[in-house]
Structures are given as C-alpha cells and as structure tokens.
Design a binder for this molecule. Structure first.
Ligand SMILES: [Fe+2]
Length: 363
C-alpha cells in the first residue's frame, strides 16, 4: 500500500492509473475496522464521532497498513480495506430510462418457479427491477392470495387500513375510483401516506373484458426531460409542497410533499402524481400560476398518448411489480358487460425489497 501524509495530516493513497486520493483524518478514524471504533459483531460505531477532535492528524502510515493518529491512537488496516472504503457506493444501482419503444419482449421478466428455485434468478430480477422500475413475474398461482408467493421471496408486505392483499375490481359504491371500470390516468399510489408504499404488486386473476390494458410511464425519465426542457418548471415542481389527502369513514390520510422529490445532491428520488387526491394550498397567485404551468408541462410528458407511455395487457397468472417512487401506472377503461377484470394487489416497503436485493448481491 503506497501511503503518504500531507502537511495537514491527511492520508494520501496512491491509485494505479489515477490521481491519489486524499482522506480526511476524521473520515478515516470514524470508520476504522478496529474494536475500539466499531463493534466487531454489528459493525456499528462505538465512539461518538461528533466528539472526534477536528484537528486530528495522521502522523504515520506504514506500508503494512499501520496508521497512527495525533491523539496517540494506532491501528493496522486489513489489506484491501482502504480500497473498498474509497470506492463510492459499489452496490448502488443504475436507472435505465425507457419509453414507449420498450418492447414487451424486453420487459424485465421471470417465472415464479425459477425465482423460487434459484436465488440468482431472484437477484437478477431485483437488479432489473431496480434498473427499469418494473418487472413481470409469470406463473403466479391464479388464486386470491397467489401474489403472496412472490412477496414471500422478498419479505413482509405492507399492511394498510385496507389490509394486505386487496381486490382491484369494479364493485358497487366504490370507495376509490380504482374499484370502478373507469379508465385510470397515470398516477402513483397513495401519495397521502407517509411513507408512501415503495412497491406495488399487481396480480392478474382475470382480464377478459374489452379494455383494461395497463399503462406505465417512467417518471424519472419524464422528470429528466422536464428538467432539460423546462428547468423553471422542474424547479417549481421540485420545490412546491402540495397536499395529498384520502378520507373515508375510518381513515384520514394526508401528506404534504412535492410532485418531484430530490435528494440533497439534487437527484430525483421520488415522483408523486395523483390527480385524484392532490390539492395545492392557497399560495400567492404568481406561485399558483407557475405551479399550474409546470404541472401541465409534466402532465404532457406522462399523459396516456405521450411517447413515454407503455401500453400492454396483463394475462391471468402474471404479476406486475412496480416501483411506486418512480413509475406512473394506469389503465384503459373496460366494459363490464363483455367480461371480467379482477386484479389483486399489495404493497411492499422500499427497504424490504432493497434489503433482499442487497443481501442477494453478497450471497
Ligand atoms: Fe394505482
């Protein structure tokens, strides 16, 4: 290991084929694989990092990885530890933006039997789910709770005020427009919840009525286009909290958040779009003008006839798994007199699915 120390006491690590990497002494200290710093069993930190002296310096670094600090603490780094520590988020996924040209034959897809039999097949599907935001699983038992066979491979489902696995079919006196034969505009589910359900598992039991095709839009792709073509509109949607609300006799669910959410680095991390449940507050007129213009611009990108909209038909025994932080889903209207359309759906939390993906990466 080629280690040197700068005048300021930073550790400088030589890199093959690139500039050296400078490591802050506190950054290094607070993650040292030393039983005095991190609990060996859990990997959790034992020392209060905020109390680390901010003028800490590295005072010596030996070729065998022994590092000493200005407060007298010394440890020996295992080989390869520095290399791994320097790499940024090696497990982070990547997003593939798609549009209506994505053929059904290129959809991320797998058979449930293969996912059950082979963890590598489940791992591959979860990586594709992460990249594309959706996946189709075939061969799911055509029975009321058949979708739980897939969910169980990943973890517990999210229980809401509607229970776990719930019907999506037309009923009299529907409590939600989902439960009617009406078309559904592209939307994300339940933005009035906190947290919003991370993934939707939509399992098809019957689908032989006229109409009832599924639609999907890559919301991250739409947001990227808006950001490129209408930066002011993008900034408006990303910085304006709106109210999402659902109310019935037993539930009053409300959440305030922007249509486009970013992380601290400015990357888009969540799309909320739900015409049925969104109401903006009484903002100043000019801010409302800006919001309505920006929302209209975003709608043009995700509207059913847009070049971003995928349209396809789910067959009985297929289950469509969707990233509810990224995708906007909908359906065409259907005619009850011509047949039946019966889906069942449940939610899974984001961390549940991501946990399975990460565990399978290291398995
Ligand atoms: Fe929905």
């Amino acid at each position: 290991m080629d280690l040197t120390i700068t005048d300021r006491g930073l550790l400088q690590v030589a890199q093959r084929g690139g500039p050296p990497v400078l490591l802050h002494p506190v950054w290094l200290r607070e993650r040292l694989p030393d039983a005095a710093v991190l609990d060996p069993r859990t990997g959790q930190r034992l020392q209060e990092a905020a109390e680390t002296p901010r003028d800490l310096r590295v005072v010596s670094a030996e070729p065998d990885g022994t590092i000493a600090f200005s407060d007298g603490f010394a440890t020996r780094l295992p080989s390869d530890w520095l290399t791994n520590a320097i790499a940024t988020c090696p497990a982070a996924g990547h997003h593939v933006h798609w549009d209506a040209t994505l053929d059904r034959g290129r959809f991320p897809a797998a058979d449930l039997a293969d996912l059950r039999a082979d963890p590598a097949a489940l791992s591959a599907l979860l990586e594709e789910l992460d990249a594309y935001g959706f996946a189709v699983v075939r061969g799911v038992p055509i029975e009321m709770d058949g979708g739980l066979a897939l969910a169980g491979l990943m973890g517990p489902i999210r229980i809401t005020n509607w229970g776990g696995m719930a019907d999506v079919k037309a009923i009299p006196n529907a409590y939600d427009l989902t439960m009617t034969p009406r078309h559904l505009e592209p939307h994300s589910d339940n933005p009035y919840r906190d947290p919003v359900p991370g993934y939707i598992l939509l399992h098809c039991l019957e689908n032989d009525a006229d109409g009832g095709d599924s639609t999907l839009v890559d919301g991250f792709h739409a947001a990227a286009i808006l950001r490129r073509d209408d930066p002011a509109g993008f900034a408006t949607l990303a910085s304006t909290d709106v109210t999402f609300r659902y109310r019935d006799d037993t539930a009053f669910l409300e959440h305030h958040a922007p249509l486009i959410a970013r992380n601290a680095a400015g990357d888009v991390v969540q799309i909320r779009y739900s015409n049925r449940t969104e109401m903006i507050g009484r903002l100043p007129i000019d801010r409302l003008d800006a919001y309505y213009a920006a929302r209209a611009a975003f709608w043009q990108l995700i509207a059913p006839a847009s070049p971003l909209t995928l349209r396809f038909r789910l067959q009985p025994g297929e289950l469509l798994m969707m990233d509810n932080y990224r995708l906007l889903h909908g359906r065409t209207g259907y005619t009850l007199a011509t047949g039946s359309r019966h889906m069942r759906q449940c939610y899974m939390d984001r961390d549940t699915v991501q946990s399975r993906r990460r565990l399978l990466q290291v398995a």
